[in-house]
Design a protein around this ligand. Structure first.
Ligand code: IMP
Length: 177
């Protein structure tokens, strides 16, 4: 039990997460060998995945942060609100967009359109998790860490009402009312 009186069950261990992060980092290092990239962190959920992943990308990187919110408790509101926009122009740059999870796909679609409208040289999308059964709009991802069941998960940056982002693993919440 914890501060929110919820029971958590480990779903993806810290070790498995780190293995996958290294694997995606290696693939991105090969793809962007000798190129400069702008890595965009989608706040808040992807901050932990992002900071681990960029340490495995072996090329020149600048960091940007894009804050969006669409979740209310444990369901998507369907409406994407921008809480923090990029701080620099990305025109002509190779952009890697790094998300924590694709659920309905609405946020990723919104982000893709927003980034593409700024004319980057290329856009590569990465999500640590994807819930294929929850997709409401088609969503093209270049790299996905794990395809998961259509259940609410927390940890490794993902929250429930602001909590559990600090867990080093992904957990399923057992006793939602
Ligand atoms: P989408 O727009 O429905 O694809 O939702 C994307 C956003 O919803 C993610 O960036 C997360 O912040 C949040 N989200 C979706 N599923 C979960 C979950 O299982 N746990 C925690 N947050 C989630």
């Amino acid at each position: 039990m914890n501060a929110k009186n919820l029971e958590l069950k480990t779903y993806i261990t810290e070790e498995k997460l780190q293995e996958k992060v290294a694997e995606i980092g290696k693939a991105l290092s090969e793809k962007f060998k000798n190129k400069k990239v702008t890595a965009v962190c989608v706040l808040k959920g992807s901050f932990m995945f992002y900071s681990d992943l960029i340490r495995h990308i072996n090329t020149d990187i600048t960091c940007e942060f894009f804050g969006v919110s669409s979740y209310d408790g444990k369901s998507s509101s369907g409406e994407v609100k921008v809480t923090l926009d990029l701080s620099t122009a990305i025109e002509g740059q190779h952009v890697i967009l790094i998300e924590d999870i694709v659920d309905t796909g609405l946020t990723m679609n919104y982000l893709r359109k927003s980034i593409e409208s700024r004319n980057p040289a290329s856009l590569t999308t990465v999500s640590l998790l994807e819930k294929p059964e929850a997709l409401k709009v088609p969503c093209k991802l270049d790299y996905v860490g794990f395809k998961i069941i259509n259940e609410f998960v927390v940890g490794y940056g993902l929250d429930y009402n602001g909590y559990f982002r600090n867990l080093p693993y992904i957990a399923q919440v057992q006793n939602f009312q």
